[in-house]
Design a protein around this ligand. Structure first.
Ligand code: CP3
Length: 355
């Protein structure tokens, strides 16, 4: 089989024959075979077995026919190397043994040592680099989103302790942002060195901030991360997470190829707010997958019709897949995106009829 580079081409705003499609959280509990593996091993146990982690990464590529793999891991994995003890608790999410709240807590965080503490992840990437016929996306959690878990100690709806530190102890906040920024840079560099072909920074919860506060307390670190990763010759995606529509106009200066959109803004409106500076990725409401297939296809077609208006569009969901999604519907949706977009691209690229 020839290597499928549609994702890379679309992220670089080059022409494609069909739109590339992949799904955030495409390895997961909607797949009965994944659930079987999870009966034996936890997420962290899978991540510590490179052969198994690589296999779990490849399962959705084979089953769904998507145009990219995303490394099976979690945004929390690198924080182990900062010296933080945590677990991923079933149906809850990341839980931290001792939340980070004080200056001493932040001081204690050590620089990460990827080769020493996270070599299993690098090994998984190397295996995938040999095996895959589609690009491997590797990823990190962005500083605000990681900080929200470290400070709250568990998933939160209000981010009350996170915002208390951000607004009340800005010096401490920026020290934490610096340390997490360094972590992300070191970690993602190692990924690319070992075979990652594109990278995504997940800032899932930063939509909780007003644009002005995002610009003051978070954007400087995001800007530094991508400036320091500039020399890596792989396309980079920033995903500002759910409810991020109001933040889009603040992102126009980022040194990335693409921005991920949630489902609250259309592709056209997202492009407009971003000053047409980037490729865009998204943005089907993941919960639309509960609807009958004809409803799903109708909405996907509307998104694709906007996507093909310019080079630089990647089909995805507006947020991660949920456990109740159906494998059959995802397979059918993937096929539909490929077939429908092939025709839509031909229509769009055909020279206007004469006479
Ligand atoms: O996308 C993929 O298929 C690759 C794997 C991946 C996981 N987590 C594995 C995982 C990726 C890209 C992530 C990123 C991640 N982790 C994010 C950013 C993406 C997003 O959804 O916004 C966040 C916020 C986390 C933190 C986290 N980890 C949460 C909130 C949960 C859910 C808890 C639950 O049980 O529902 C996790 C656990 C987790 N990470 C699961 C998976 C497949 C589900 C539990 C499991 O199967 O063990």
């Amino acid at each position: 089989m020839v290597y499928n580079d549609r994702l890379i081409r679309a992220l670089r705003q080059q022409e494609v024959d069909e739109l590339p499609v992949w799904y955030m959280r495409q390895a997961g509990r909607y797949d009965p075979d994944y659930r079987k593996i999870k009966e034996k091993y936890s997420l962290l146990e899978i991540c510590r077995q490179p052969e198994l982690a690589a296999e779990v990464t490849m399962m959705p590529v084979r089953k769904l026919g998507v145009d990219a793999a995303i490394l099976y891991s979690d945004i929390m994995n690198p924080v182990a190397s900062l010296g933080i003890k945590f677990d991923i608790v079933k149906n809850v999410g990341p839980v931290i043994e001792q939340p980070i709240r004080t200056e001493a807590d932040v001081e204690r965080l050590q620089p990460i040592d990827v080769e020493k503490d996270l070599s299993h992840i690098l090994q998984t990437i190397s295996i995938l680099d040999r095996e895959l016929e589609v690009p491997l996306i590797t990823f990190a959690g962005a500083p605000f989103t990681i900080a929200s878990y470290l400070i709250e100690g568990r998933p939160s709806k209000s981010y009350i302790h996170t915002k208390a530190m951000m607004y009340g102890q800005p010096k401490l906040w920026f020290k934490l942002m610096d340390k997490l920024g360094d972590m992300v840079i070191t970690y993602l560099q190692a990924h690319v060195l070992h075979g990652g072909k594109a990278l995504q920074l997940f800032d899932s919860w930063v939509g909780a901030l007003a644009p002005r506060d995002f610009e003051t307390y978070v954007l400087p670190t995001i800007t530094r991360i991508f400036a320091e990763l500039r020399h890596l010759d792989v396309p980079k995606i920033y995903f500002p997470g759910v409810s991020s529509g109001e933040l889009l106009p603040t992102l126009t200066g980022l040194e990335v190829e693409a921005i991920g959109l949630d489902w609250r803004v259309s592709i056209t409106e997202g492009r407009r707010r971003l000053g047409h500076n980037f490729a865009v990725q998204g943005n089907l409401d993941p919960y639309l997958l509960t609807a009958p297939m004809d409803v799903i296809k109708e909405q996907a077609a509307r998104i694709i019709d906007e996507g093909v208006l310019k080079p630089g569009y990647v089909f995805n969901l507006g947020h991660g897949l949920f456990p109740e999604a159906s494998l059959e519907k995802l397979r059918e949706l993937t096929e539909f995106v490929h077939e429908y977009s092939r025709k839509a691209l031909m229509r769009h690229n055909a020279p206007a009829q004469q006479g």
